[in-house]
Design a binder for this molecule. Structure first.
Ligand code: MG
Ligand code: MG
Length: 255
């Protein structure tokens, strides 16, 4: 069941999304060689708290998870794809980190993710991150009334596959509103022209995940949360919460 949001409700979601954007920008600006993943989480917590928001991540426990999520960000380093649990690991020169963050303000949720490197970047990592971002942009471009979910999926998949990267099987974006995860699912690959028709008032979290090694396989860490590549290659993730409006896509988690 897809809940359509009014313009007023989308404005309210924009306020939640703005806080997510600020939290991610603060994390990115603070992350350096030697920062621990718990430091990154603390930085995001401070932004969320100051803005009067709560975290839809903290305490989140979907059916697959053995324990509630203990942080307000996911921090996924190098071969971790998504859902990395922040711990005492200290970032090293050349690490690639993907940070995913959510916020809830006056009942409305926002969800976004960025990937970046710390210290001396490997060119291959910059290309990987650039592809995740280009795939996100291509997906957002399709988020218009009259298009279909499959048009978003196809646009994302085409960018990622043409770069030679893998796409983790079975993970993708989602509707978002009062809950962080709502219908419909938004796959990161698939045939164009298929799936639910998009309408003004739908709000989607679009989130390509890319695997450098080109395989689609992943494994779950012993923590029950962190998804890793099976080939040890690096992964990147990019996400925005996007409203479909008569005027085109409106990115709610931009700064
Ligand atoms: Mg997210
Ligand atoms: Mg999401």
């Amino acid at each position: 069941m897809v809940e359509l949001k009014t313009d007023h409700e989308i404005d309210a979601m924009r306020e939640a999304g703005r806080v997510v954007a600020r939290a991610l920008a603060a994390v990115r600006a603070s992350a350096r060689v030697g920062s621990s993943l718990l430091d990154l989480d603390r930085t995001a917590r401070a932004v969320l708290r100051e803005a009067g928001t709560s975290s839809p991540f903290l305490g989140y426990r979907p059916s697959f998870a053995p324990v509630p999520f203990p942080a307000v960000v996911c921090a996924s380093v190098n071969d971790a794809i998504v859902h990395g649990v922040p711990d005492g690991y200290r970032l090293r020169d050349g690490d690639l980190v993907s940070v995913d963050c959510g916020a809830r303000l006056r009942g409305w949720a926002g969800d976004a993710a960025v990937s970046f490197t710390v210290g001396t970047a490997r060119p291959a990592d910059l290309r990987l991150i650039g592809t995740a971002e280009a795939a996100l942009t291509a997906g957002i471009e399709q988020a218009r009334p009259g298009r279909r979910i499959g048009d978003i999926a196809h646009a994302i998949g085409r960018v990622v596959r043409s770069a030679g990267y893998g796409i983790p099987d079975g993970f993708g974006g989602h509707g978002i509103g009062r809950s962080m995860h709502e219908d419909p699912g938004v796959p990161n690959e698939g045939p164009a022209g298929r799936g639910m028709r998009l309408r003004a008032g739908m709000v989607l979290a679009i989130e390509p995940m890319v695997i450098a090694g080109g395989t689609d396989d992943y494994r779950t860490d012993g923590d029950g949360w962190t998804l890793r590549t099976v080939d040890g290659s690096r992964a990147a993730h990019a996400e925005h919460t996007v409203a479909i409006t008569a005027d085109g896509p409106r990115i709610l988690t931009a700064l």
